[in-house]
Design a binder for this molecule. Structure first.
Ligand code: NAP
Length: 405
């Protein structure tokens, strides 16, 4: 290594044309003007979140064996690149939007793809749904708020009148509701090419689901685990029949890094003795990555033409943080605003992993800003992932009796 930048990825030098879609983001985002200061979130959690986001993006460089001074310069250069929206090896970066990452490939996207997207009623999910519909993908939007889902569908159809969008009822915090949705969906006899496990919950106070489980973990992880399990054979069958690779995307978060092994106990995640909303959220997001990696191993062993990856969408001001409000946080977000993404930028990594031909055959990976990235050591721990799967299966078998195989 002769210079501080040598451990950075080879960023292509083409100009970075940034089309911010400020209308989809209520917040101040990089490259746009200040519009207004919104309600915001717990300040210290989010300060740490922002710092972690940046260090994670470039964590490869932290391990690149350089002396501390040189390594720090690498990180500084990398942060500068992030703020500028420099592109990574995929040709896209932190400023790329969902539309941009699917623009050049729109002709090569196979016709008649069908995607299920959870959490399509707001934030990153609504924007992902809009972009996918624009690219001709038939959407199935399971939602607990049917009125809101119908409004989103109407909005998408205004822009893409041909879009086929099926709204169905599903509450991810209820096993019974997920089972109902899956059997209704399967009875439609549609193909299934893409499953986007995007919905997310961040609950500040301890809430229990109707199954008497902690709400955040149940919604973000258990619900998506059951959904994926129920739909996996349909995806494998569709891929085998059509020859088109099926793709599952688990929307995770950089905060998975905050979880230590001793804090990742299954029984405590189901029914925590001392509840902390941030911990519950971080653990559910770690479980999302472990889930992706574990299923990827199973699918590879079966030689199934279906991949599964996890993504961190970036930091976007959406409804997920509605539990927290405050002046300090508003100020913090104001000063950190150049690090935030708009919803259209936040949807880019999911859209990229769902549709790009550059991702063919890639499975069990973690993506940030449309590029493969590294996740925590615990997220890569195969034994832990296996234990998590076994315990999840045991729980679901117990709760769902013979309906669960
Ligand atoms: N925003 C960020 O900075 C950020 C950063 C990292 C990761 N993420 C992840 O990105 C994903 C999308 O979050 P977002 O920021 O777009 O948040 P959001 O605007 O709050 O959207 C969350 C979506 O999840 C749905 N949802 C929540 N609980 C549900 C349930 N029980 N059943 C069915 N749907 C449910 C919501 O539906 P309702 O309309 O019914 O509430 C909503 O559509 C989440 O997985 C989140 O963890 C976000």
């Amino acid at each position: 290594m002769t210079g501080p930048c040598q451990c950075l990825p080879p960023f292509p030098t083409q100009p970075n044309t940034i089309h911010h879609d400020a209308s989809t983001s209520p917040y101040l985002v990089r490259g746009t003007k200040i519009r207004w200061l919104p309600n915001s979130t717990c300040p210290w959690v989010h300060l740490r979140y922002l710092v972690d986001h940046l260090s994670t993006l470039y964590s490869d460089h932290l391990d690149c064996g350089l002396a501390p001074v040189r390594r720090n310069s690498c990180v500084l250069v990398a942060v500068f690149c992030y703020i500028r929206g420099e592109r990574g090896p995929s040709g896209f970066g932190s400023c790329s939007t969902g539309e941009q990452v699917t623009e050049d490939i729109s002709c090569s996207i196979p016709p008649n793809l069908t995607a299920i997207i959870t959490g399509g009623t707001s934030g990153i999910g609504a924007e992902t749904a809009r972009v996918l519909a624009k690219r001709g993908v038939r959407l199935v939007m399971p939602a607990r708020n049917l009125k809101r889902a119908a409004e989103v569908r109407q909005g998408i159809r205004r822009e893409s009148p041909e879009a086929e969008i099926i709204v169905m009822e599903m509450d991810l915090s209820s096993f019974a509701s997920i089972q109902r949705f899956c059997s209704e969906f399967l009875s439609l006899r549609l193909p299934l090419n893409i499953l986007i496990n995007n919905a997310g919950k961040f609950s500040k106070k301890l809430e229990l689901t109707e199954d008497k489980l902690e709400m955040t973990f149940a919604t973000n992880y258990l619900g998506h685990y059951l959904l994926t399990k129920n739909l996996l054979e349909k995806m494998v069958e569709t891929a085998t029949r059509t020859g088109i690779e099926g793709r599952i995307i688990n929307v995770s978060s950089v905060v998975h890094r905050w979880v230590k092994k001793e804090g990742f106990r299954f029984s405590d995640m189901l029914n925590p003795k001392y509840y902390n909303g941030t911990h519950a959220y971080a653990r559910s997001k770690l479980a999302n990555i472990m889930h992706a990696k574990e299923i990827a191993r199973q699918l590879k062993a079966r030689k199934a033409k279906v991949t599964i990856n996890a993504v961190h969408p970036g930091i976007v001001k959406t409804g997920i943080t509605k539990d927290y409000k405050g002046l300090i946080t508003d100020s913090l977000f104001f000063f950190a605003s150049r690090l935030l993404k708009s919803a259209s930028q936040g949807a880019s990594t999911t859209c990229y992993v769902a549709l790009s031909p550059r991702v063919v055959g890639i499975s069990g990976k973690y993506f940030v800003d449309c590029n493969e990235s590294s996740c925590s050591t615990l997220a890569n721990d195969e034994d832990e992932a296996q234990i998590l799967r076994q315990k999840t299966d045991a729980l679901l078998r117990k709760r769902l009796h013979q309906a669960y195989k």
